[in-house]
Design a protein around this ligand. Structure first.
Ligand code: FAD
Length: 500
Protein backbone atom coordinates (compact mmCIF):
# COMPACT_ATOMS: atom_id res chain seq x y z
CA UNK A 1 0.00 0.00 0.00
CA UNK A 2 1.51 3.41 -0.94
CA UNK A 3 2.41 5.55 2.06
CA UNK A 4 0.91 8.81 0.76
CA UNK A 5 -2.85 9.40 0.79
CA UNK A 6 -4.64 12.51 -0.50
CA UNK A 7 -8.32 13.41 -0.27
CA UNK A 8 -8.36 14.54 -3.91
CA UNK A 9 -5.98 13.96 -6.77
CA UNK A 10 -6.25 16.29 -9.75
CA UNK A 11 -4.68 15.06 -13.00
CA UNK A 12 -3.42 17.82 -15.30
CA UNK A 13 -2.16 21.35 -14.62
CA UNK A 14 -3.81 23.07 -17.57
CA UNK A 15 -6.63 25.61 -17.53
CA UNK A 16 -9.06 23.07 -16.00
CA UNK A 17 -6.75 21.51 -13.38
CA UNK A 18 -5.59 24.86 -12.03
CA UNK A 19 -9.18 26.14 -11.99
CA UNK A 20 -10.29 22.96 -10.19
CA UNK A 21 -7.58 23.47 -7.55
CA UNK A 22 -8.75 27.05 -6.98
CA UNK A 23 -12.36 25.93 -6.45
CA UNK A 24 -11.23 23.13 -4.14
CA UNK A 25 -9.17 25.52 -1.99
CA UNK A 26 -12.05 27.98 -1.76
CA UNK A 27 -14.99 25.63 -1.33
CA UNK A 28 -13.55 22.56 0.37
CA UNK A 29 -10.60 24.09 2.23
CA UNK A 30 -9.93 21.13 4.52
CA UNK A 31 -9.22 18.69 1.71
CA UNK A 32 -5.65 17.60 1.02
CA UNK A 33 -4.83 17.51 -2.68
CA UNK A 34 -2.11 17.49 -5.31
CA UNK A 35 -1.99 17.98 -9.06
CA UNK A 36 0.01 15.47 -11.10
CA UNK A 37 1.14 16.91 -14.43
CA UNK A 38 2.83 14.81 -17.11
CA UNK A 39 4.76 17.66 -18.69
CA UNK A 40 7.62 19.72 -17.31
CA UNK A 41 5.51 22.89 -17.59
CA UNK A 42 2.03 23.98 -16.53
CA UNK A 43 -0.59 25.52 -18.84
CA UNK A 44 -1.47 22.48 -21.00
CA UNK A 45 -2.77 23.54 -24.43
CA UNK A 46 -1.60 27.12 -23.97
CA UNK A 47 1.98 26.03 -23.38
CA UNK A 48 2.09 23.17 -25.89
CA UNK A 49 0.96 25.05 -29.00
CA UNK A 50 3.63 27.48 -30.26
CA UNK A 51 2.62 28.15 -33.86
CA UNK A 52 2.59 31.73 -35.20
CA UNK A 53 -0.49 33.69 -34.18
CA UNK A 54 -1.69 31.09 -31.61
CA UNK A 55 -4.81 32.58 -29.99
CA UNK A 56 -8.19 31.70 -28.55
CA UNK A 57 -11.11 31.37 -30.88
CA UNK A 58 -13.62 32.22 -28.20
CA UNK A 59 -13.79 35.38 -26.10
CA UNK A 60 -11.79 35.53 -22.89
CA UNK A 61 -14.77 36.78 -20.88
CA UNK A 62 -16.13 33.23 -21.13
CA UNK A 63 -12.83 31.36 -21.63
CA UNK A 64 -11.61 33.05 -18.43
CA UNK A 65 -12.49 31.61 -15.01
CA UNK A 66 -15.68 32.75 -13.27
CA UNK A 67 -13.56 33.78 -10.25
CA UNK A 68 -10.86 35.77 -12.02
CA UNK A 69 -11.75 38.71 -14.27
CA UNK A 70 -10.03 38.94 -17.62
CA UNK A 71 -8.74 42.52 -17.67
CA UNK A 72 -6.72 42.56 -20.90
CA UNK A 73 -8.16 44.85 -23.61
CA UNK A 74 -8.09 42.01 -26.15
CA UNK A 75 -11.13 39.73 -25.90
CA UNK A 76 -9.73 37.29 -28.46
CA UNK A 77 -6.38 36.76 -26.80
CA UNK A 78 -3.02 35.44 -27.92
CA UNK A 79 -1.71 32.15 -26.49
CA UNK A 80 1.05 33.68 -24.31
CA UNK A 81 -1.47 36.02 -22.58
CA UNK A 82 -3.77 33.08 -21.83
CA UNK A 83 -0.82 31.09 -20.48
CA UNK A 84 0.16 34.01 -18.25
CA UNK A 85 -3.42 34.27 -16.95
CA UNK A 86 -3.50 30.55 -16.07
CA UNK A 87 -0.06 30.65 -14.44
CA UNK A 88 -0.88 33.84 -12.49
CA UNK A 89 -3.95 32.04 -11.11
CA UNK A 90 -1.75 29.17 -9.94
CA UNK A 91 0.88 31.48 -8.46
CA UNK A 92 -1.47 33.82 -6.63
CA UNK A 93 -3.56 31.01 -5.17
CA UNK A 94 -0.55 29.06 -3.89
CA UNK A 95 -1.63 26.27 -6.25
CA UNK A 96 1.89 26.12 -7.67
CA UNK A 97 3.15 24.38 -4.56
CA UNK A 98 0.65 21.53 -5.06
CA UNK A 99 1.70 20.79 -8.65
CA UNK A 100 4.04 17.86 -9.23
CA UNK A 101 5.49 18.21 -12.72
CA UNK A 102 6.83 15.29 -14.79
CA UNK A 103 4.27 12.86 -13.31
CA UNK A 104 2.23 11.06 -15.98
CA UNK A 105 -0.69 9.12 -14.51
CA UNK A 106 -0.70 5.78 -16.28
CA UNK A 107 -3.04 3.78 -14.07
CA UNK A 108 -5.77 4.20 -11.47
CA UNK A 109 -7.28 1.27 -9.61
CA UNK A 110 -10.35 1.56 -7.41
CA UNK A 111 -10.65 -0.74 -4.43
CA UNK A 112 -14.08 -1.15 -2.86
CA UNK A 113 -12.45 -2.71 0.18
CA UNK A 114 -10.15 0.29 0.75
CA UNK A 115 -12.65 2.81 -0.65
CA UNK A 116 -9.82 4.58 -2.42
CA UNK A 117 -8.04 4.88 -5.74
CA UNK A 118 -4.44 3.72 -6.06
CA UNK A 119 -2.69 5.89 -8.59
CA UNK A 120 0.33 4.87 -10.58
CA UNK A 121 2.37 7.63 -12.18
CA UNK A 122 5.50 7.51 -14.30
CA UNK A 123 8.15 10.14 -13.72
CA UNK A 124 8.75 11.53 -17.20
CA UNK A 125 12.12 12.93 -16.09
CA UNK A 126 13.62 9.99 -14.20
CA UNK A 127 11.56 7.01 -15.42
CA UNK A 128 10.68 6.07 -11.83
CA UNK A 129 7.20 4.81 -10.92
CA UNK A 130 5.36 6.62 -8.15
CA UNK A 131 2.26 5.36 -6.33
CA UNK A 132 -0.18 7.07 -4.00
CA UNK A 133 -3.79 6.68 -2.95
CA UNK A 134 -6.64 9.20 -3.05
CA UNK A 135 -10.27 9.34 -2.05
CA UNK A 136 -11.46 11.19 -5.14
CA UNK A 137 -9.93 11.28 -8.62
CA UNK A 138 -10.50 14.43 -10.67
CA UNK A 139 -9.33 14.07 -14.28
CA UNK A 140 -8.50 17.46 -15.81
CA UNK A 141 -6.39 15.93 -18.54
CA UNK A 142 -7.90 17.66 -21.57
CA UNK A 143 -9.22 15.74 -24.56
CA UNK A 144 -6.36 14.98 -26.93
CA UNK A 145 -3.00 13.26 -27.22
CA UNK A 146 -0.06 15.48 -26.48
CA UNK A 147 2.57 13.31 -28.12
CA UNK A 148 1.07 13.22 -31.60
CA UNK A 149 -1.31 15.36 -33.66
CA UNK A 150 -3.49 13.80 -36.35
CA UNK A 151 -2.06 13.54 -39.87
CA UNK A 152 -3.93 11.60 -42.55
CA UNK A 153 -1.95 9.43 -44.95
CA UNK A 154 -0.96 11.56 -47.93
CA UNK A 155 0.13 9.70 -51.07
CA UNK A 156 3.63 10.57 -52.26
CA UNK A 157 4.56 12.49 -49.11
CA UNK A 158 8.01 10.88 -49.15
CA UNK A 159 8.74 12.56 -52.53
CA UNK A 160 8.27 16.11 -51.25
CA UNK A 161 11.58 18.00 -51.00
CA UNK A 162 10.29 20.78 -48.72
CA UNK A 163 9.53 20.79 -45.02
CA UNK A 164 6.34 19.33 -43.48
CA UNK A 165 5.25 20.60 -40.06
CA UNK A 166 2.32 19.73 -37.78
CA UNK A 167 1.15 22.76 -35.74
CA UNK A 168 1.25 20.68 -32.55
CA UNK A 169 5.02 20.25 -32.93
CA UNK A 170 6.15 23.63 -34.21
CA UNK A 171 9.95 23.84 -34.64
CA UNK A 172 11.13 27.00 -32.85
CA UNK A 173 13.61 27.67 -35.67
CA UNK A 174 11.25 27.20 -38.63
CA UNK A 175 12.12 29.92 -41.14
CA UNK A 176 9.37 30.55 -43.64
CA UNK A 177 10.19 34.16 -44.53
CA UNK A 178 9.97 34.66 -48.29
CA UNK A 179 8.86 31.04 -48.80
CA UNK A 180 5.77 29.51 -50.40
CA UNK A 181 3.62 27.95 -47.69
CA UNK A 182 0.64 25.61 -48.02
CA UNK A 183 -1.54 25.14 -44.94
CA UNK A 184 -3.69 22.01 -45.22
CA UNK A 185 -6.90 22.31 -43.21
CA UNK A 186 -9.94 24.47 -42.65
CA UNK A 187 -10.31 24.55 -38.87
CA UNK A 188 -9.46 27.18 -36.27
CA UNK A 189 -5.73 26.40 -36.46
CA UNK A 190 -5.54 26.88 -40.23
CA UNK A 191 -7.58 30.11 -39.98
CA UNK A 192 -5.13 31.39 -37.36
CA UNK A 193 -1.98 30.34 -39.19
CA UNK A 194 -2.84 31.78 -42.60
CA UNK A 195 -2.96 35.49 -41.67
CA UNK A 196 -0.09 35.14 -39.19
CA UNK A 197 2.25 33.49 -41.72
CA UNK A 198 1.15 35.69 -44.62
CA UNK A 199 3.02 38.60 -43.00
CA UNK A 200 6.44 37.05 -43.77
CA UNK A 201 5.90 34.25 -46.27
CA UNK A 202 6.10 34.85 -50.03
CA UNK A 203 2.58 33.44 -50.32
CA UNK A 204 0.31 31.32 -48.15
CA UNK A 205 -2.29 28.97 -49.63
CA UNK A 206 -4.91 27.43 -47.40
CA UNK A 207 -5.78 24.09 -48.98
CA UNK A 208 -9.14 22.82 -47.77
CA UNK A 209 -11.10 19.77 -48.83
CA UNK A 210 -14.35 21.48 -47.87
CA UNK A 211 -15.27 24.90 -46.46
CA UNK A 212 -16.05 25.92 -42.89
CA UNK A 213 -18.43 28.59 -41.56
CA UNK A 214 -16.36 31.65 -40.67
CA UNK A 215 -17.41 34.80 -38.89
CA UNK A 216 -15.40 37.91 -38.08
CA UNK A 217 -15.58 39.53 -34.64
CA UNK A 218 -13.78 42.55 -33.23
CA UNK A 219 -10.61 41.44 -31.39
CA UNK A 220 -11.47 43.92 -28.65
CA UNK A 221 -14.89 44.06 -27.00
CA UNK A 222 -15.71 47.77 -26.89
CA UNK A 223 -18.50 47.31 -24.31
CA UNK A 224 -16.16 45.33 -22.02
CA UNK A 225 -13.42 47.94 -22.26
CA UNK A 226 -15.86 50.80 -21.59
CA UNK A 227 -17.49 49.02 -18.63
CA UNK A 228 -14.09 48.23 -17.11
CA UNK A 229 -13.24 51.91 -17.15
CA UNK A 230 -16.25 52.84 -15.01
CA UNK A 231 -17.03 49.74 -12.94
CA UNK A 232 -15.01 47.48 -10.63
CA UNK A 233 -13.31 44.75 -12.71
CA UNK A 234 -15.40 41.97 -11.17
CA UNK A 235 -18.72 43.68 -11.91
CA UNK A 236 -17.72 44.58 -15.48
CA UNK A 237 -16.47 41.02 -16.07
CA UNK A 238 -19.71 39.44 -14.78
CA UNK A 239 -21.84 41.68 -17.00
CA UNK A 240 -19.80 41.01 -20.14
CA UNK A 241 -19.67 37.30 -19.39
CA UNK A 242 -23.45 37.12 -19.29
CA UNK A 243 -23.77 39.30 -22.38
CA UNK A 244 -21.52 36.88 -24.26
CA UNK A 245 -23.18 33.74 -22.88
CA UNK A 246 -26.56 35.11 -23.95
CA UNK A 247 -25.42 36.15 -27.44
CA UNK A 248 -23.68 32.82 -27.96
CA UNK A 249 -26.71 30.90 -26.77
CA UNK A 250 -29.05 32.85 -29.09
CA UNK A 251 -26.72 32.32 -32.06
CA UNK A 252 -26.46 28.57 -31.33
CA UNK A 253 -30.21 28.12 -30.91
CA UNK A 254 -30.95 30.12 -34.04
CA UNK A 255 -28.48 27.92 -35.95
CA UNK A 256 -30.23 24.74 -34.80
CA UNK A 257 -33.81 26.02 -35.25
CA UNK A 258 -33.44 28.19 -38.37
CA UNK A 259 -30.28 26.97 -40.15
CA UNK A 260 -31.39 28.58 -43.43
CA UNK A 261 -31.63 32.02 -41.82
CA UNK A 262 -28.29 31.58 -40.05
CA UNK A 263 -26.60 30.56 -43.30
CA UNK A 264 -27.92 33.74 -44.97
CA UNK A 265 -26.69 35.94 -42.12
CA UNK A 266 -23.24 34.33 -42.17
CA UNK A 267 -23.00 34.67 -45.95
CA UNK A 268 -24.01 38.33 -45.78
CA UNK A 269 -21.18 38.99 -43.32
CA UNK A 270 -18.66 37.28 -45.62
CA UNK A 271 -19.78 39.20 -48.71
CA UNK A 272 -19.34 42.43 -46.76
CA UNK A 273 -15.80 41.52 -45.67
CA UNK A 274 -14.38 39.86 -48.79
CA UNK A 275 -13.27 41.65 -51.98
CA UNK A 276 -15.91 42.23 -54.65
CA UNK A 277 -16.33 39.25 -56.96
CA UNK A 278 -14.73 36.79 -54.48
CA UNK A 279 -16.15 33.28 -54.89
CA UNK A 280 -17.75 33.14 -51.44
CA UNK A 281 -19.78 30.02 -52.15
CA UNK A 282 -16.84 27.97 -53.40
CA UNK A 283 -14.61 28.69 -50.40
CA UNK A 284 -16.98 29.51 -47.55
CA UNK A 285 -20.20 27.52 -48.10
CA UNK A 286 -20.04 24.26 -46.14
CA UNK A 287 -22.24 21.25 -46.93
CA UNK A 288 -23.39 20.98 -43.31
CA UNK A 289 -25.48 23.31 -41.13
CA UNK A 290 -23.96 25.95 -38.83
CA UNK A 291 -22.77 24.38 -35.55
CA UNK A 292 -22.78 20.80 -36.89
CA UNK A 293 -19.10 21.62 -36.57
CA UNK A 294 -17.50 24.43 -34.56
CA UNK A 295 -17.98 27.80 -36.21
CA UNK A 296 -14.64 29.53 -36.87
CA UNK A 297 -14.11 32.97 -35.51
CA UNK A 298 -11.55 35.35 -37.02
CA UNK A 299 -10.65 38.53 -35.12
CA UNK A 300 -10.91 41.86 -36.96
CA UNK A 301 -11.38 40.07 -40.30
CA UNK A 302 -7.64 39.23 -40.37
CA UNK A 303 -8.14 36.25 -42.68
CA UNK A 304 -10.22 38.27 -45.12
CA UNK A 305 -7.64 41.07 -45.19
CA UNK A 306 -4.83 38.76 -46.34
CA UNK A 307 -7.13 37.23 -48.95
CA UNK A 308 -7.92 40.75 -50.17
CA UNK A 309 -4.30 41.94 -50.36
CA UNK A 310 -3.20 38.79 -52.19
CA UNK A 311 -0.69 37.58 -49.59
CA UNK A 312 -2.91 34.52 -49.05
CA UNK A 313 -5.39 32.49 -51.07
CA UNK A 314 -7.73 29.58 -50.53
CA UNK A 315 -7.74 26.45 -52.70
CA UNK A 316 -10.82 24.28 -52.20
CA UNK A 317 -9.73 21.01 -53.74
CA UNK A 318 -8.58 17.51 -52.84
CA UNK A 319 -5.04 16.16 -52.72
CA UNK A 320 -4.08 13.70 -55.43
CA UNK A 321 -0.52 13.30 -54.20
CA UNK A 322 2.50 15.12 -52.95
CA UNK A 323 5.16 15.76 -55.59
CA UNK A 324 8.80 16.84 -55.31
CA UNK A 325 7.76 20.48 -55.63
CA UNK A 326 4.47 20.58 -53.79
CA UNK A 327 0.97 19.11 -53.99
CA UNK A 328 -0.88 17.83 -57.08
CA UNK A 329 -4.62 18.35 -56.78
CA UNK A 330 -7.47 16.29 -58.17
CA UNK A 331 -8.58 19.28 -60.26
CA UNK A 332 -5.29 18.99 -62.18
CA UNK A 333 -3.70 22.06 -60.59
CA UNK A 334 -0.45 21.88 -58.63
CA UNK A 335 0.44 23.97 -55.59
CA UNK A 336 4.18 24.62 -55.35
CA UNK A 337 5.43 24.81 -51.79
CA UNK A 338 8.61 25.13 -49.75
CA UNK A 339 6.80 24.45 -46.48
CA UNK A 340 3.58 22.46 -45.89
CA UNK A 341 1.73 22.81 -42.60
CA UNK A 342 -0.62 19.92 -41.81
CA UNK A 343 -3.30 21.67 -39.73
CA UNK A 344 -5.27 18.42 -39.90
CA UNK A 345 -6.29 18.09 -36.29
CA UNK A 346 -5.91 16.25 -33.03
CA UNK A 347 -6.15 12.68 -31.77
CA UNK A 348 -8.80 12.54 -29.07
CA UNK A 349 -7.75 10.92 -25.79
CA UNK A 350 -10.12 10.43 -22.88
CA UNK A 351 -9.01 10.40 -19.21
CA UNK A 352 -5.43 11.17 -20.17
CA UNK A 353 -4.90 7.65 -21.50
CA UNK A 354 -4.74 6.27 -17.95
CA UNK A 355 -5.69 2.60 -17.54
CA UNK A 356 -8.64 2.49 -15.17
CA UNK A 357 -9.44 -0.60 -13.14
CA UNK A 358 -12.28 -1.12 -10.70
CA UNK A 359 -11.86 -3.97 -8.21
CA UNK A 360 -9.51 -5.79 -10.56
CA UNK A 361 -11.69 -5.38 -13.67
CA UNK A 362 -10.97 -3.03 -16.57
CA UNK A 363 -14.34 -1.45 -17.42
CA UNK A 364 -14.99 -0.64 -21.07
CA UNK A 365 -15.21 3.15 -21.35
CA UNK A 366 -17.44 2.88 -24.42
CA UNK A 367 -20.04 1.05 -22.31
CA UNK A 368 -20.20 3.68 -19.60
CA UNK A 369 -22.66 6.57 -19.64
CA UNK A 370 -21.79 10.13 -18.67
CA UNK A 371 -23.57 11.59 -15.65
CA UNK A 372 -24.07 15.37 -16.03
CA UNK A 373 -21.23 15.23 -18.56
CA UNK A 374 -18.70 14.92 -15.71
CA UNK A 375 -18.89 11.44 -14.10
CA UNK A 376 -19.34 7.92 -15.42
CA UNK A 377 -21.93 5.28 -14.57
CA UNK A 378 -20.48 2.77 -12.11
CA UNK A 379 -17.17 4.65 -11.73
CA UNK A 380 -16.96 5.60 -8.03
CA UNK A 381 -15.42 8.86 -6.81
CA UNK A 382 -14.23 9.94 -10.26
CA UNK A 383 -15.03 13.11 -12.18
CA UNK A 384 -13.64 14.55 -15.40
CA UNK A 385 -13.71 17.93 -17.12
CA UNK A 386 -14.94 18.10 -20.68
CA UNK A 387 -15.81 21.55 -21.99
CA UNK A 388 -18.58 22.61 -24.34
CA UNK A 389 -18.30 22.13 -28.09
CA UNK A 390 -20.49 25.18 -28.76
CA UNK A 391 -19.15 27.59 -26.13
CA UNK A 392 -16.03 28.28 -24.12
CA UNK A 393 -14.50 25.28 -22.36
CA UNK A 394 -14.09 27.07 -19.02
CA UNK A 395 -17.81 27.74 -18.58
CA UNK A 396 -18.26 23.99 -18.05
CA UNK A 397 -14.91 23.48 -16.30
CA UNK A 398 -15.90 25.92 -13.54
CA UNK A 399 -19.30 24.24 -13.09
CA UNK A 400 -17.77 20.76 -12.91
CA UNK A 401 -15.25 21.90 -10.28
CA UNK A 402 -18.00 23.57 -8.24
CA UNK A 403 -20.11 20.42 -8.42
CA UNK A 404 -17.22 18.21 -7.30
CA UNK A 405 -16.76 20.49 -4.28
CA UNK A 406 -20.49 20.27 -3.51
CA UNK A 407 -20.24 16.49 -3.67
CA UNK A 408 -17.16 16.36 -1.43
CA UNK A 409 -18.75 18.66 1.14
CA UNK A 410 -22.00 16.69 1.09
CA UNK A 411 -20.07 13.46 1.65
CA UNK A 412 -18.16 15.01 4.51
CA UNK A 413 -21.33 16.21 6.25
CA UNK A 414 -23.15 12.91 5.66
CA UNK A 415 -20.18 10.75 6.64
CA UNK A 416 -20.10 9.14 3.19
CA UNK A 417 -16.91 8.03 1.54
CA UNK A 418 -18.21 6.78 -1.81
CA UNK A 419 -20.44 8.34 -4.45
CA UNK A 420 -21.25 6.56 -7.66
CA UNK A 421 -23.84 7.31 -10.35
CA UNK A 422 -25.94 4.24 -11.22
CA UNK A 423 -28.41 3.83 -14.06
CA UNK A 424 -31.67 2.82 -12.43
CA UNK A 425 -34.15 4.02 -15.06
CA UNK A 426 -34.49 1.29 -17.73
CA UNK A 427 -35.98 3.74 -20.23
CA UNK A 428 -32.65 5.60 -20.58
CA UNK A 429 -31.11 4.76 -23.96
CA UNK A 430 -27.58 5.34 -25.23
CA UNK A 431 -26.67 8.20 -27.55
CA UNK A 432 -23.28 9.22 -28.93
CA UNK A 433 -21.39 11.44 -26.50
CA UNK A 434 -21.13 14.36 -28.92
CA UNK A 435 -23.62 15.55 -31.49
CA UNK A 436 -20.88 17.05 -33.62
CA UNK A 437 -19.48 15.91 -36.95
CA UNK A 438 -15.95 17.36 -36.85
CA UNK A 439 -13.34 14.87 -38.06
CA UNK A 440 -11.58 14.52 -34.69
CA UNK A 441 -14.90 13.76 -32.97
CA UNK A 442 -16.06 11.23 -35.59
CA UNK A 443 -12.71 9.39 -35.45
CA UNK A 444 -13.01 8.99 -31.66
CA UNK A 445 -16.74 8.53 -30.97
CA UNK A 446 -16.79 4.75 -30.99
CA UNK A 447 -14.34 4.43 -28.08
CA UNK A 448 -15.86 7.21 -25.98
CA UNK A 449 -18.50 6.81 -23.26
CA UNK A 450 -22.09 7.44 -24.29
CA UNK A 451 -24.56 10.02 -23.11
CA UNK A 452 -28.09 9.03 -22.16
CA UNK A 453 -31.40 10.05 -23.68
CA UNK A 454 -32.59 11.70 -20.44
CA UNK A 455 -31.31 13.75 -17.52
CA UNK A 456 -29.05 13.37 -15.65
CA UNK A 457 -27.31 11.28 -18.31
CA UNK A 458 -27.93 13.71 -21.15
CA UNK A 459 -25.05 15.98 -22.08
CA UNK A 460 -26.61 19.41 -22.45
CA UNK A 461 -24.44 21.74 -24.46
CA UNK A 462 -26.05 24.62 -22.58
CA UNK A 463 -24.37 26.71 -19.91
CA UNK A 464 -27.63 28.25 -18.55
CA UNK A 465 -29.14 24.74 -18.19
CA UNK A 466 -26.01 23.30 -16.55
CA UNK A 467 -25.68 26.29 -14.25
CA UNK A 468 -29.12 25.59 -12.78
CA UNK A 469 -28.59 21.84 -12.59
CA UNK A 470 -25.06 21.81 -11.25
CA UNK A 471 -24.98 24.81 -8.95
CA UNK A 472 -28.47 24.45 -7.49
CA UNK A 473 -29.77 20.95 -8.40
CA UNK A 474 -30.10 18.29 -5.66
CA UNK A 475 -27.07 16.06 -5.05
CA UNK A 476 -29.27 13.24 -3.76
CA UNK A 477 -31.16 12.79 -7.02
CA UNK A 478 -31.83 9.06 -6.81
CA UNK A 479 -29.14 8.36 -9.41
CA UNK A 480 -26.05 9.26 -7.40
CA UNK A 481 -25.60 6.57 -4.76
CA UNK A 482 -23.77 7.52 -1.58
CA UNK A 483 -22.41 5.01 0.90
CA UNK A 484 -20.32 4.85 4.05
CA UNK A 485 -17.72 2.36 5.13
CA UNK A 486 -19.94 0.40 7.53
CA UNK A 487 -22.33 -0.46 4.70
CA UNK A 488 -19.61 -1.41 2.25
CA UNK A 489 -19.22 -5.02 1.46
CA UNK A 490 -20.23 -5.57 -2.11
CA UNK A 491 -18.01 -4.36 -4.98
CA UNK A 492 -19.10 -1.22 -6.81
CA UNK A 493 -18.53 -2.53 -10.34
CA UNK A 494 -21.31 -5.05 -10.25
CA UNK A 495 -24.12 -3.01 -11.82
CA UNK A 496 -24.51 -3.29 -15.57
CA UNK A 497 -24.48 -0.35 -17.94
CA UNK A 498 -27.87 -0.22 -19.57
CA UNK A 499 -28.49 0.20 -23.27
CA UNK A 500 -32.18 -0.47 -23.10
C1 FAD B 1 -4.97 25.17 -30.43
C2 FAD B 1 -6.16 25.12 -29.54
C3 FAD B 1 -6.94 26.26 -29.35
C4 FAD B 1 -8.06 26.20 -28.53
N1 FAD B 1 -8.83 27.31 -28.38
C5 FAD B 1 -9.93 27.26 -27.60
C6 FAD B 1 -10.77 28.41 -27.43
O1 FAD B 1 -10.54 29.47 -27.98
N2 FAD B 1 -11.87 28.27 -26.65
C7 FAD B 1 -12.18 27.10 -26.02
O2 FAD B 1 -13.17 27.05 -25.33
N3 FAD B 1 -11.40 26.03 -26.16
C8 FAD B 1 -10.30 26.07 -26.92
N4 FAD B 1 -9.51 24.95 -27.05
C9 FAD B 1 -9.80 23.76 -26.25
C10 FAD B 1 -8.79 23.82 -25.07
O3 FAD B 1 -8.05 22.70 -25.02
C11 FAD B 1 -9.47 24.23 -23.79
O4 FAD B 1 -9.98 25.51 -23.90
C12 FAD B 1 -8.58 24.24 -22.55
O5 FAD B 1 -7.29 24.72 -22.79
C13 FAD B 1 -8.55 22.88 -21.99
O6 FAD B 1 -7.89 22.94 -20.77
P1 FAD B 1 -7.64 21.61 -19.96
O7 FAD B 1 -6.83 21.99 -18.78
O8 FAD B 1 -8.92 20.91 -19.73
O9 FAD B 1 -6.83 20.69 -20.97
P2 FAD B 1 -5.36 20.89 -21.52
O10 FAD B 1 -5.07 22.29 -21.83
O11 FAD B 1 -5.21 19.90 -22.63
O12 FAD B 1 -4.45 20.46 -20.30
C14 FAD B 1 -4.44 19.13 -19.84
C15 FAD B 1 -3.21 18.92 -19.00
O13 FAD B 1 -3.27 17.59 -18.48
C16 FAD B 1 -2.02 16.97 -18.64
N5 FAD B 1 -2.24 15.52 -18.72
C17 FAD B 1 -2.93 14.85 -19.68
N6 FAD B 1 -2.91 13.52 -19.41
C18 FAD B 1 -2.21 13.37 -18.27
C19 FAD B 1 -1.84 12.22 -17.50
N7 FAD B 1 -2.21 10.98 -17.85
N8 FAD B 1 -1.10 12.42 -16.39
C20 FAD B 1 -0.73 13.68 -16.01
N9 FAD B 1 -1.03 14.78 -16.70
C21 FAD B 1 -1.77 14.63 -17.82
C22 FAD B 1 -1.47 17.55 -19.91
O14 FAD B 1 -0.06 17.41 -19.97
C23 FAD B 1 -1.93 19.00 -19.81
O15 FAD B 1 -1.01 19.81 -19.14
C24 FAD B 1 -8.39 24.99 -27.87
C25 FAD B 1 -7.61 23.84 -28.08
C26 FAD B 1 -6.52 23.90 -28.91
C27 FAD B 1 -5.70 22.65 -29.12
Amino acid sequence: MPSEHLDVLIVGAGLSGIGAAHHLQQRSPGKSYAILEARSETGGTWDLFRYPGIRSDSDMHTLGYNFRPWTNAKAIADGPSILEYVRDTAREGGIDSKIRLNHRVVGAEWSSADRAWTIEAERTDTGETVALTCGFLFMCSGYYRYDEGYTPTFPGLENFRGEVVHPQHWPADLDYAGKRVVVIGSGATAMTLVPAMARDAAKVTMLQRSPTYVVSMPGEDAIANRLRAILPARVAYAIVRWKNVTMQSISYRLSRKRPGLMKKLLRRGLVRELPEGYDVDKHFKPLYNPWDQRLCLVPDADLFRVLADGSAEIATDTIKSFTERGIALDSGAELEADVVITATGLNVLFLGGARIRIDGEEPELAKAMTYKGMMLSDFPNLAFTLGYTNASWTLKADLVAEYVCRLLNHMEVGGYDVCVPRISDPSVTEEPLLDFNSGYVLRALEGLPKQGSKEPWKLRQSYPFDLRAMRFGPLEDGTMQFSRRAAAAEPVAAATVSAA
